[in-house]
Design a protein around this ligand. Structure first.
Ligand SMILES: *Cc1c(COP(=O)(O)O)cnc(C)c1O
Length: 388
């Protein structure tokens, strides 16, 4: 393995902490630790990292270099433009795969920016083949097979069509043959074994290449699913790979929002849009600077909590676009004055907990996190120097 490049100089991003309503802290050390955990579980396979959707909302240009320091040499994004944006931030020898492959006409951009497309259809294979012919050299690609999820990839009939074509796989240097599991988060679901068997049958008809099937949850299905390359995303960022065991991943994000104003709300008053919360006795209510535009969906109010250290404080009423109301009656007044921070995601309450309350999954909580935060990246145990 080549020596790790020097630690990138980290600075905070987003809004200045002093003026931002909320601070999102992203622990790059935890992401690296999660990478090492997953790589250890899939020993023998290469552990790639999925950094699509801006590394699940956490900042691909920060996360990918941090993962390179932990040894990652292969990244996956969804769109060509995500790959173009990432390319200057990783080593020239690091591979970037584009899961959607190129839209027709974008092949030259893939070549120019040194991106490897995942070819999902006969049309994409033809387009890539023509690009290779134009350059008079084979071009690396991944070929995706649909083994049962019916989302991306070649069907058996598509493979028939390519075999019937005199140009076949010519010019396609398959760097990878891959597929994706639909039900890997439920280890008891027989669909995963069926998809695995289908992958083995279909790949035999393709030129020899390393094979990849498992994303985060698939890694936990055991060595039979690891093949040559594993492709975790969510688990790197602390999301639980399945519900059937305690989450082995380290939490990565903390979201702290400030109290903007406090007031006593009496039995004749209501709180928020629709006045849906009406206390039966006087309560002390804080207006907190995060709302659904910041990724705190209105559903999160149902059974939602903010935290003052280890003390849970209920979110009450409807969540607004820019704020929410929290009942701080039981918290010490001195710790809940305007400017004080409450945890919305944090040590007591992670992305999966918030997701459960909101009727969604940790993935959606992460990728919904907004852009109106002060962002602090923690690396090598220290927060980045503060921007003011
Ligand atoms: C998103 C994605 C991944 C990563 O999935 P996680 O569940 O986040 O680990 C891997 N492979 C493909 C094809 C994907 O679309």
């Amino acid at each position: 393995m080549p020596p790790a490049p020097p630690a990138p100089l980290l600075s905070d991003t987003g809004w200045p902490r002093s003026r931002a309503g909320a601070t999102l802290t992203i622990d790059l050390d935890a992401i690296r630790a999660n990478y090492r955990t997953l790589r250890g579980l899939a020993a023998g396979a290469e552990c790639a990292a999925v950094v699509k959707a801006d590394a699940y909302g956490l900042g691909a240009t920060r996360v990918a270099p941090a993962l390179e320091r932990a040894g990652a040499r292969t990244f996956f994004v969804a769109h060509v433009d995500e790959g173009i944006a990432l390319r200057p931030h990783v080593a020239s020898t690091t591979r970037i795969f584009v899961l959607h492959g190129p839209l027709a006409g974008a092949e030259a951009d893939c070549v120019r920016h040194d991106l490897i497309p995942v070819l999902n259809s006969v049309e994409q294979i033809r387009g890539w083949r023509a690009t290779a012919r134009g350059l008079d050299r084979p071009l690396p690609a991944a070929v995706q097979l649909d083994t049962g999820m019916s989302r991306f990839g070649l069907s058996e009939q598509d493979i028939d069509r390519i075999e019937a074509d005199p140009d076949g796989w010519r010019g396609i240097g398959p760097g990878l043959v891959m597929s994706h599991l639909a039900c890997a988060d439920d280890p008891s679901d027989p669909a995963s074994a069926r998809q695995r068997a289908r992958l083995l049958a279909l790949r035999a008809r393709l030129p020899a290449a390393p094979v990849s099937l498992a994303a985060s949850s698939g890694i936990f299905l055991g060595p039979g699913f690891h093949f040559d390359v594993v492709r975790p995303g969510a688990a790197l960022y602390g999301v639980a790979p399945n519900d059937s065991a305690p989450n082995p991943m380290r939490p990565v994000v903390r979201l702290q929002a400030r109290i903007l104003q406090t007031r006593i709300v009496g039995p004749r008053d209501g709180v928020g849009y629709g006045l849906t919360y009406r206390p039966s006795a006087p309560r002390r209510i804080a207006t907190v600077a995060a709302g659904y535009a910041d990724g705190f969906m209105r559903h999160a109010a149902r059974d939602g909590r903010a935290w003052l250290g280890t003390q849970a404080l209920p979110i009450v009423g409807r969540i607004s676009m820019d704020s929410m109301a929290v009942d701080i009656t039981d918290a010490p007044d001195s710790l809940t004055t305007p400017g004080a921070m409450l945890d919305l995601l944090g040590p007591q309450h992670g992305v999966d907990d918030v997701a459960r309350g909101a009727g969604t999954i940790g993935y959606e909580i992460l990728t919904s996190l907004g852009h109106r935060y002060h962002r602090a990246y923690v690396a090598d145990g220290t927060p980045s120097p503060e921007r003011t």
